[in-house]
Write a protein that binds this ligand. Structure first.
Ligand SMILES: [Fe+2]
Length: 214
């Protein structure tokens, strides 16, 4: 780390094509700290699912905890339990396609088959209610040959669609904290790129174009 790194507290550029490696080192330190704190922010967002039941027997917070509890008691591994805990976290931000939110949050940290499971759980869960809306409840059969088909059916049939019971002995969030901290504390798949030491001079017009969107 150079002495100029220590002095810089905020980037001075007004546009990326005027940025320096020194500024990116500063931003990268902030980004890593922010990334490492993502678990706390995700849990804070999960709390937002408390309250309004939207007509269901339980609110979405209880539903998420109950789904995770059932998965845990059924012997699911830690990663799957965390997927269960967060699977509906996108309900308030994207009610029409909420599964995408949870899948995106978990994607850097869990098995791609579990990401697929979470991303497709709405359709698979629909086996239990799509016919009430005149839709094909068997639509998930289009994915029968997919390697994540069986786990997604189990997730929905055994844990998700069953977790609207107000009388179920659901575990509190505290029971799952070590699990979510373990999973979201993993190094993101693919790692995080670092600023290279000799990148200050002569920026190439096409260099690092993909990373700049970060
Ligand atoms: Fe659910």
């Amino acid at each position: 780390m150079s002495t100029s790194d220590l002095a810089l507290t905020q980037a001075r550029f007004a546009r990326f094509d005027q940025s320096t490696a020194e500024e990116w080192r500063l931003i990268d330190r902030h980004f890593r700290a922010y990334q490492s704190d993502a678990c706390r922010r995700v849990l804070a967002h999960l709390e937002r699912l408390k309250g309004d039941t939207h007509g269901y027997p339980v609110d979405r917070y209880e539903h998420c905890l109950q789904t995770a509890t059932r998965a845990l008691r059924d012997g699911a591994d830690e990663e799957t339990v965390v997927c269960a805990l967060l699977h509906d976290i996108g309900d308030d931000l994207a009610p029409a396609n909420h599964a995408e939110i949870a899948a995106a949050i978990l994607e850097p940290f869990v098995d791609p088959l579990n990401v697929w499971m979470i991303r497709h759980h709405e359709l698979f869960q629909g086996y239990h209610y799509r016919h009430f809306f005149g839709q094909d409840r068997h639509a998930r059969e289009a994915y029968r040959d997919h390697p994540a088909y069986a786990r997604t059916v189990r997730f929905c049939d055994d844990w998700d669609q069953t977790s609207f019971d107000p009388d179920y002995d659901t575990l509190p969030l505290d029971a799952f904290l070590p699990m979510i901290e373990n999973v979201m504390g993993r190094e993101p798949f693919g790692g995080l790129p670092s600023v290279v030491e000799d990148s200050d001079s002569s920026p190439e017009p096409q260099a690092n174009a993909q990373e700049a969107s970060r």
